[in-house]
Design a protein around this ligand. Sequence first.
Ligand code: NAP
Length: 401
Amino acid sequence: MIRRIAILGSTGSIGKKALRVIEVLNSSLVARGSSLEKEKTEYEIVALSAHSNVELLAEQARRYKPKFVAITNTDYTGSLRELVGDLDVEILAGPDGLTEIAQLDEVDIVLTAVVGAAGLPAVLAAAQKGKTLAIANKEPLVIADELLTATAKENDSTILPVDSEHSAIFQAMQSGSADEVSKIILTASGGPFRESSVEDIQNVTRQQALSHPVWDMGPKITVDSATMMNKALEVIEAHWLFDMPVEKIEVLIHPESIVHSLVEFVDGSVIAQLGAPDMCLPIQYALTYPARVVGIAKHLQLDELGKLTFERPNLETFRVLSLGFEVARTGGTAAVVFNAANEAAVQEFLAGRIKFVNIVELIEHCLNKHNVKRRVSLEELLEADAWARREVIECLKQKVL
Ligand SMILES: NC(=O)c1ccc[n+]([C@@H]2O[C@H](COP(=O)([O-])OP(=O)(O)OC[C@H]3O[C@@H](n4cnc5c(N)ncnc54)[C@H](OP(=O)(O)O)[C@@H]3O)[C@@H](O)[C@H]2O)c1
């Protein structure tokens, strides 16, 4: 059997790991020579995409021989053409290129690993085509929640979470039925400022915010982990992905990042998924699902770990987490504004134009000013997204903060 894969965002942290996972799965397939059907599955890389890192995309095209490559930033189309001119690969350019590869008949699984809301049209297009969606790129799920889950349902598109917490919940949920779940507990490492007070985080630098104690990730999600916006987005993601009332979702800090999340059932049993803090494992599970096969992930040595600890998050330092719960309860366009304001603010922070604490202030400002709309179309979602991004820039121009 062959599973044909498109990776949206193959040059990023998740994309590079996914390619490595596939390489190992295919090479151990040869080594195993197993007679088990699940172990005979081959993984074919059909399409890859990048935004501007043409050198790496070209290198990947040479190594993995996809039929299609997409470059979303058209400034780089010419250089990509030069770099892969001798290869038998079709080049698709611009944001539409991403949507095109997400819909290809030659593709069974679309692994979405681009960063931010930019992945939304492609994710929706893949769902419309009934593809299996392995979703790492949480922002489209957060902002198009109802629209995306309904589109996937209508078109028999399976959504498999790649985010380690949601992969853990997805796995733990298989121990009972949805109506037997009493709550889900998302774990969070707590990031670099886990023990900091509100005063401590006033003047943190870009470098401090980008120094995650456990996970090695792209810059946007690393800043999101430092503010705990990442966990706020994950609360909304879990609410939609598992059709779970917000009241049944809890967040616990677990600095060791070994327990990736837990599900509590009505009888009091708590089922958790544990593993090394490495995204290769949830990526692999989404690609091999429902099978489990030997792969790249390191196995845990529980005796070496000693103890695992859990604590409640400090909601004063991580104010954005409370906002995330509120946004999940509000629904409608609140989530798209929450996400877009954050994306714009994080960009400003990474460019050195605002302070770390301004990120949550800008998000709160946009949420307060926005009139929430419900049951919205894609156009209305994109309108709300654009409004929030403009509002952040306007605030900075007017020196509102
Ligand atoms: N990293 C993790 O461990 C992790 C864990 C859980 C969930 N996630 C989620 O996975 C997604 C990717 O995270 P990451 O850490 O892998 O990010 P990343 O390292 O920044 O990579 C982002 C990828 O998206 C591409 N990209 C950037 N801007 C784009 C645009 N406007 N349109 C289309 N593509 C664009 C990049 O291309 P270029 O390289 O050419 O810029 C790159 O391939 C995020 O949604 C994140 O929340 C990540």
